[in-house]
Design a protein around this ligand. Structure first.
Ligand SMILES: Cc1ncc(COP(=O)(O)O)c(C=O)c1O
Length: 407
């Protein structure tokens, strides 16, 4: 039975205990934990306690496959095309490592943008310098987005990878992946997409997009815990690769413990060592709830509520650092406002959770506001009333304008 976001909102919210305690507008960073996760973690413990090592054959060994297939169905991908991994940076390393011994030596260029997630930029730039690949980073010049033509213009016959995001983490700008992938394919380049801010808040169909690699994680919009990143690879491309970052889970017969590496054929070909089983249990419930509500209704609600945030911000003459066009805007809205970091801390103190991102170069400092399918419209009104009060009363001055950890 599916759930309606209008009729069943109360019932849906009852599945997320934190919603009773605070206004949770930070699902772009860490989704609210479903109540069911407690039982799922208990099942993990009970299996371990009752079965010991036979827990592997009862459930654990195939759990990565099961979870990979739940994610695959969300991405409209084929069964057995998604490998679960501990983090998205590692997924990038594995994808890049499929080309470390590439026969396509004439290709030695990687194209990305300065809006891509820093950890991914660090990993790719280190790989490029080790492999002697040339890295071209398209600059955003302080703007929330980059025109697709500026990316496409850099992708040529020398390009090995176009490695960029589906939705930019700081501005929520949705890239035109279809065009990027089409052009990359025409040029013979591979697309390596960081989709962390897409599935769960915008519908994704990797087959229609035509991408080669698609990476994401369950931590944010999919309401799963840490340690649940995923790597989709187009099954046809997977047939011809042998990732150098590998291990025994990628072996055709792992329990033969043979000294010779023979790759398996399915999604496990992209894996390496023992998966973080306990983490996988934290991601089941979120994926099931999202399947039950449906991608289209989540997106519709997200468009309405992000629009509501933009209207509120514009009325107060705050800078909106997120596209105002619905089709270019992801699930969160970044707004530049006076004393952003202090305001964010004052909001947290008042049990309203949002986050802060410092602007680099010409970008504004922003607070990011991420409503999700469980958010009530009134909560957005409440957020802006509090911001007004925190600014006009000077309450923000109680908080420092610098801290090491920003959540
Ligand atoms: C766009 C994007 N990619 C990747 C990550 C996380 O990468 P990792 O799983 O390696 O920590 C984040 C986390 O905030 C992100 O926003």
């Amino acid at each position: 039975m599916s759930w309606s976001l209008k009729k069943d909102l109360g019932r849906i919210r009852n599945n997320f205990p934190i919603l009773e305690k605070c206004v949770y507008l930070i699902s772009h960073s860490l989704g609210a934990v479903p109540l069911q996760v407690r039982d799922d973690l208990d099942r993990f413990y009970t299996l371990w306690a009752d079965e010991g090592v036979t827990a592997w054959e009862k459930e654990w060994w195939l759990l990565s496959e099961k979870m990979g297939n739940k994610v695959a169905s969300l991405l409209e991908a084929e069964k057995d095309s998604v490998a679960m991994m501990t983090n998205a940076t590692l997924c990038h390393w594995v994808a890049l490592s499929t080309q470390f011994s590439s026969k396509r030596r004439a290709r030695n260029k990687v194209v990305m943008t300065d809006h891509d997630f820093p950890s991914v930029i660090y990993a790719i730039s280190k790989v490029c310098s080790f492999m002697n690949w040339k890295l071209e980073v398209v600059r955003s010049q302080g703007l929330p987005g980059i025109d697709v033509s500026e990316i496409i213009d850099r992708v040529d016959e020398q390009t090995l990878f176009v490695a960029t995001s589906h939705v930019y983490f700081k501005s929520s700008y949705i890239q035109d992946l279809f065009q990027i992938a089409q052009h990359a394919r025409n040029m013979g380049a591979l697309t390596l997409i960081d989709g962390y801010h897409a599935p769960g808040t915008i519908p994704v169909d990797v087959k229609t997009l035509g991408v080669d690699f698609y990476i994401g994680g369950c931590l944010k919009w999919l309401c799963g815990g840490p340690g649940n990143a995923f790597l989709y690879m187009h099954p046809e491309r997977r047939k011809v690769i042998e990732p150098l970052l590998t291990g025994w889970l990628a072996h055709k017969k792992p329990f033969a413990f043979s000294r010779e590496m023979i790759y398996t054929e399915g999604a496990y070909k992209l894996m390496s060592g023992t998966p973080p089983i306990s983490c996988l249990y934290t991601a089941m419930a979120g994926l099931d709830i999202i399947h039950k509500i449906g991608k289209e209704s989540i997106r519709k609600k997200s468009i309405d509520q992000t629009q509501m945030i933009i209207e509120n911000a514009t009325r107060r003459e705050f800078q909106v650092y997120t596209p105002i066009e619905n089709e270019k805007r992801g699930g969160a809205v970044s707004i530049g406002l006076p004393h952003a970091h202090q305001v964010k801390q004052a909001l947290n103190k008042r049990n309203v959770k949002v986050d802060f991102r410092q602007g680099e170069n010409d970008e504004p400092d922003v607070i990011r506001i991420g409503p999700h399918f469980y958010t009530k419209d009134e909560e957005i009104g409440h957020l802006f009333e509090l911001i007004d009060m925190i600014l006009s009363s000077g309450e923000y001055k109680k908080f420092g304008d610098h801290s090491e950890f920003v959540t």
